[in-house]
Design a protein around this ligand. Sequence first.
Ligand code: HEC
Length: 150
Amino acid sequence: MVGKSTLMAATFGFITLIFSSQVYGQADVIEKRQKLMKGQSAAAKAIKGAVAEKDYATVEAKAKDLMNSANQIPDLFPKGSNKGKTKAKAEIWEKSAEFKKDAKALNKAASELAAAAKSKDDAAIAVKVKAIGETCSTCHKEFRAQKYGE
Ligand code: HEC
């Protein structure tokens, strides 16, 4: 028979293991999404430069990068991952449908930019570049805090 204290110790050890792996997992996902967001900034910058040079192929390629990263956003915000070095607001999970909608809006604007670049339509490109910027700020205004969480 296993003694009560052995069992308690084992249970406690198990709980500690689960808890620390969750904490580690959170820091991991926070880092991953911040990296993705920085990548989005870099893509947006590259798009602006490529538009100025009428480098349609680069505009299209970077727009497709943004389509892909936009699709990854919701999964990189698992419930409750707003603790630590993150600016994620609790509203992300309180209004998760809206958060997902904002990610979809970026995907849509980026796909429209890719199409405009493919057809070398300068006027449409200008409109869609602006639309992309608006989808970033719409989501940030609602779901990103000014400061890191506790
Ligand atoms: C669906 C919502 C959403 C969209 C769309 C979105 N972001 Fe973000 N972004 C966030 C949230 C939430 C954070 C805070 C993440 C954190 O600190 O964990 C963030 C953080 C960032 C950061 C800071 C990353 C860091 O290192 O702390 C940058 C830069 C950024 N976003 C750029 C962009 C750009 C550029 C776009 C558009 C092309 C964009 N984001 C679109 C929600 C969004």
